[in-house]
Design a binder for this molecule. Sequence first.
Ligand SMILES: Cc1cc2nc3c(=O)[nH]c(=O)nc-3n(C[C@H](O)[C@H](O)[C@H](O)COP(=O)(O)OP(=O)(O)OC[C@H]3O[C@@H](n4cnc5c(N)ncnc54)[C@H](O)[C@@H]3O)c2cc1C
Length: 452
Amino acid sequence: MKPSATVIGAGLAGSEAAWQIARAGYLVRLVEMRPTRSTPAHKTDRFAELVCSNSFKSDLESTPAGLLKREMRDLGSLTLAVADRCRVPGGEALAVDREAFSQGVTEALGALPNVLLERNEATGEDVERWLQDGPVVVATGPLTSDGLAEWLAAKTGSDRLYFFDAVSPTVTAESIDRSVAFAGSRYGKGGDDYLNCPFTREEYDAFVAALLAAERAPLHDFEQGVRYFEGCLPIEEIASRGARSLAFGNFKPVGLTDPRTGRRPYAVLQLRPENADRTLYSLVACQTRLKWGEQARVFRMVPGLQNAEFVRFGVIHRNTYLHAPTVFDRTLRLRNLSAVRCAGQITGVEGYMESAATGLLAGLWTVLDLSGSEPVEPPAECVLGSLLAYLADQTERDFAPMNANWGLFPPLEPPLRDKQARRAALAQRAREAFGRWLQDVRAALGSAGPQP
Ligand SMILES: Cc1cc2nc3c(=O)[nH]c(=O)nc-3n(C[C@H](O)[C@H](O)[C@H](O)COP(=O)(O)OP(=O)(O)OC[C@H]3O[C@@H](n4cnc5c(N)ncnc54)[C@H](O)[C@@H]3O)c2cc1C
């Protein structure tokens, strides 16, 4: 019998997608290249292997990471069912025994008679062939093999597929001190899109000294010898070229006047909105390899960022992902090849749980495709919907992968000033919006869907 659908990659996202399709009663082909061919980071042939930390972040439903887990549990997530079984002490975080976790996911899928496992590296030619059987989910992750990456680039446009993250830190808008950071673009061109953090000479010198002394993240073996493009150089690398290299480069103050002094600052770090709602701002040209704790310490020395809340730290690392806003439709189908859907890190989400979550959605949507129904999108007010809204956001920006965080939720109307009250209200709204959507999903999927 021919499979109804194919899932490529049995990582966090692919395992979850295959589980959802098989659980709904369809025959699914699951293709995983390990151990025939491995990635530079994986060590075993098991599914959903955790390549680094064994933590899935907070399990508290008062946080976006915890709310995401609630939503996934309600949708019948395999990842969370197994994680809950092999939990190890991790405080408020859901930490797991990594061996037991990937073994558990492998066994759960292996026990389903309607999962047909193939241990081969999928190529573009394979995908074209499998498409004749039914829809295909590509969930091959940040270390997608070269052949398949080439096929994706050919289908989406070579400038739409990235092989590296060179990402600056992102902070919440509410944590920026507006009595210091001022709005405006250079020479008044471009309205108030940017926020500007003005340095005095003393502040600049102290910042550069801290930047140069800060501890850097070690390179993985497979990243050794990587040469950076000049435009993606780590900020600490640029700073090391001369005391004023940032003041003349990334932090040049030309065309900007600090309204507090009426003068041009010594240097300026600019912040650019990351989303249409302007709830998140990224630090322009601050891609960095500093350790995360060091980033928080050093960038809080920037005037206006002393209380900054970081939702994403800067990274420069190997990561294959697509330019989501232009490549996908609202349910992660390739715009110009709609029988192919993507899931996991390759869609531009960041993190284990976010990857598994997009796998879960891709699985449910594939089931709806197979049953002839329209895919139902989660509302932007819940965590799953907020991630998808970020991926679809067409705001002119450098698209950077993103994890679940408060800044992705649409703002409250009317706004609430108190941070605790605001977050409690956002969480409550997320629960209610998700609850209503879950009913729609259950109605659309019938007995094939998640049951109460
Ligand atoms: C080195 C590294 C460390 C990371 N550390 C963390 C961390 O600590 N915490 C965190 O939250 N996130 C981390 N991430 C980010 C991300 O959450 C993980 O990479 C996560 O595993 C992504 O899930 P995924 O399903 O998209 O990809 P993966 O889990 O990588 O799964 C993709 C699967 O596809 C297979 N595959 C690839 N190409 C092919 C092909 N052509 N044919 C068949 N199979 C193929 C791979 O073998 C793999 O099994 C890390 C990423 C990397 C690269």
